[in-house]
Design a protein around this ligand. Structure first.
Ligand code: C2E
Ligand code: MG
Ligand code: MG
Ligand code: MG
Length: 281
């Protein structure tokens, strides 16, 4: 039996490895079950301009695991990505975001509020019918396409460059904007970047943290800001936690922000409340 295990996994059989695989499979099952049980939720984190107006929001997935409690998407998304389960999860995110956008459209939103962005993973992106799925969800929920946007990480784009360019261009032709997420951590060359018809560069949190104390981070952020200007893309800083970071970014010419300094990701009903309070107040 040990021999069979060795040939299948290409490594020496150890009970701990088998345990690890079993645990992984059980975890994927938990996710599948969670999706069916409605244990996944979308939280929303608002995005702001330099005057403090809300310009949009990012939809962030939350999963309440029956045993472990609230799990971080940074943990379970990569595991879901190892199986096709990420496609089911991604489809649910798309549909739920469209339902929520429909609700938002029934409110009188602040004039500055433009769109809700969802995160899209590599496996979703390379499906031949991803664009059709997006358009179907928009149509089914009777929402305006320009209220939905997608975020693709820089690395995902680089790894699927030709497909990404085509997809982003055709989404854009249908009024759906694309942001390049975690920008600065990947390996995109300027040649590629010039060809990607994205609308927003999101400065990765790692360059925002203590930016007022780091010449290196400030230099990288400045470079991204001028790159954005040159390529006619907006630049949004993610993970802004302090007023010092906010002021430094503003001074460098970055005028869009997201982060705990402004607002943490909140459940949809709280997000609706937040928008409603703005209107009444
Ligand atoms: P991301 O797309 O870069 O999302 C930003 C992450 O930074 C979120 O973590 C958010 O809660 C967190 N964040 C926002 N402001 C601050 C801040 O001021 N300080 C700090 N320390 N963190 C802040 P979260 O929600 O844990 O998500 C982690 C990652 O998981 C996301 O990174 C995204 O790559 C992925 N993810 C989340 N939801 C989805 C989804 O629906 N689909 C896919 N494919 N990936 C998702
Ligand atoms: Mg994102
Ligand atoms: Mg990000
Ligand atoms: Mg990030």
């Amino acid at each position: 039996e040990a021999k069979r295990a060795k040939s299948r996994f290409g490594k020496q059989y150890t009970p701990s490895m088998s345990d690890k695989i079993k645990r992984r499979l059980a975890y994927v099952d938990d996710m599948k079950q969670g999706l069916e049980n409605g244990d996944f939720k979308l939280f929303y984190q608002p995005q702001y301009n330099h005057s403090g107006n809300i310009i949009g929001a990012e939809a962030l997935l939350r999963w309440h695991h029956p045993v472990h409690g609230v799990e971080s998407p940074a943990v379970y998304i990569p595991i879901a990505e190892e199986s096709d389960l990420i496609l089911n999860i991604g489809q649910w995110v798309l549909e739920q975001a469209c339902r929520d956008i429909y609700t938002l459209e029934q409110l009188s939103l602040p004039a500055t509020f433009k769109k809700v962005a969802i995160n899209v993973s590599a496996k979703q992106l390379i499906q031949h019918d991803f664009q059709d799925k997006v358009m179907q969800a928009i149509k089914l929920n009777n929402i305006a396409a320009e209220h939905l946007a997608v975020e693709l990480t820089e690395n995902l784009l680089v790894e699927n460059i030709e497909d990404s360019i085509k997809l982003i261009a055709s989404l854009k032709a249908n009024a759906i904007d694309c942001s390049i997420d975690d920008f600065g951590t990947g390996y995109s060359s300027l040649t590629y970047l010039k060809r990607i018809p994205a609308s927003v560069l999101k400065i990765d949190r790692s360059f925002v943290a203590n930016i007022e104390q780091s010449n290196e981070s400030a230099a990288i952020a400045s470079m991204i800001i001028s790159l954005g200007k040159t390529l006619h893309m907006s630049v949004l800083a993610e993970g802004v936690e302090t007023s010092a970071e906010f002021n430094c970014l503003k001074m460098l010419g970055c005028y869009q922000y997201q982060g705990y300094y402004f607002q943490k990701p909140i459940p949809f009903d709280e997000f609706v409340q937040l928008l409603s309070n703005l209107n009444s107040g």
